[in-house]
Design a binder for this molecule. Structure first.
Ligand SMILES: Cc1cc2nc3c(=O)[nH]c(=O)nc-3n(C[C@H](O)[C@H](O)[C@H](O)COP(=O)(O)OP(=O)(O)OC[C@H]3O[C@@H](n4cnc5c(N)ncnc54)[C@H](O)[C@@H]3O)c2cc1C
Ligand code: FES
Length: 282
């Protein structure tokens, strides 16, 4: 965080300009942002798995995961699904519009502890948004990690986020990229068909040397966790990203509390060990 930001009111957002909008799938867009202030841009450092509070000026704020990797500075990328007040207002803006950004917030993935391990990234739907940051972080620091396996699923090919970017990984030797759709309504889908947990049949996993990062809808968590536990993953080698209603993002308002933990400060990344000790999470 910059000195400038330290001196400011913590709720005061930095201004960022939308420099590019990449439509992904219906109601999902990737927004590329650049901070208006060069010093803020230089000092903005995040780790994969962190989020920002995005504000559409005059409308309100929403927490959004950072989808870009810190290894690729310059622009900040946020993949947003249009669901309500703030995101609808954001979708009405075009390139060159200015929005507010506070953060980065949250703990993010413990990337230093993950180094030296195999990485298993498991995503469903919009869960790919935070995992994309981790994916490119690991690919850009390839020598620091052993095997990298990505499992990502969508309902149909037209629902897959970052589709062309990820299809480009299918033949790469330094990652095992397993993409799946529940149903191929195109007849041209080049990868797997079936739900994400089925992809576990396609790989050998060593639970002792592998850390799994999982992000997706609740139903996917349930079955993926089952697969990981069947394969004897220890609970602290399973990292989950939790979403809770947030307001302040900085541990002040209590909106995001799960038991005695604040998702905005202690999370959003939790080990499965943390999660089973929290009430009503999965
Ligand atoms: C750590 C974290 C990371 C996130 N990352 C992303 C991300 O990368 N991309 C992304 O798109 N989203 C992300 N989200 C989710 C996003 O913050 C929410 O969807 C946010 O609420 C959107 O704000 P909004 O004002 O557009 O929607 P809201 O107006 O808050 O609506 C959100 C949802 O709640 C429902 N809702 C709203 N009001 C009511 C009501 N009164 N009663 C019942 N239901 C209601 C709406 O129908 C909608 O489904 C993240 C959330 C967290 C906590
Ligand atoms: S969002 Fe306010 S305490 Fe977490």
């Amino acid at each position: 965080m910059s000195d400038r930001q330290d001196r400011q009111n913590p709720y005061q957002p930095h201004l960022a300009r939308i420099v590019r909008i990449l439509p992904q799938i219906p109601d999902h867009r990737l927004f590329q942002l650049r901070f208006e202030d060069d010093e803020v841009a230089r000092n903005f450092k995040h780790r994969p798995g962190q989020f920002v509070e995005l504000s559409v000026l005059g409308t309100g704020e929403a927490p959004i995961s950072i989808s870009s990797s810190p290894t690729r500075p310059g622009t900040l990328e946020l993949c947003v699904r249009k669901v309500g007040r703030v995101t609808e207002a954001l979708f009405r803006l075009g390139v060159d519009a200015v929005i507010g950004i506070r953060g980065p917030y949250g703990n993010g993935y413990p990337v230093e502890e993950m180094e030296g391990h195999n990485l298993l990234l498991v995503a469903g739907g919009l869960g790919m948004a935070p995992l994309r940051s981790l994916l490119w972080y690991a690919m850009d620091n390839r020598s620091k990690f052993k095997d990298i396996i990505l499992m990502y699923g969508a309902r149909v090919p037209g629902d897959m986020l970052f589709k062309y970017e990820l299809l480009g990984l299918l033949d790469q030797p330094d990652i095992k990229c397993l993409l799946t759709v529940d149903r191929d309504d195109t007849g041209r889908w080049p990868a797997h068909i079936g739900v994400v947990p089925k992809l576990f049949d396609k790989v050998e996993l060593d639970p002792k040397t592998t850390i799994a990062a999982v992000c997706g809808p609740p139903v996917m968590y349930k079955f993926v966790l089952q697969k990981l536990l069947e394969r004897n993953f220890s609970k602290d080698h399973i990292l989950m990203s939790l979403e809770r209603k947030m307001k302040c993002g900085v541990g002040k308002c209590g909106h995001c509390a799960i038991g005695y933990k604040y998702t905005c400060l202690d999370g959003p990344i939790f080990t499965y060990w943390d999660v089973i000790n929290l009430p009503e999470v999965v």
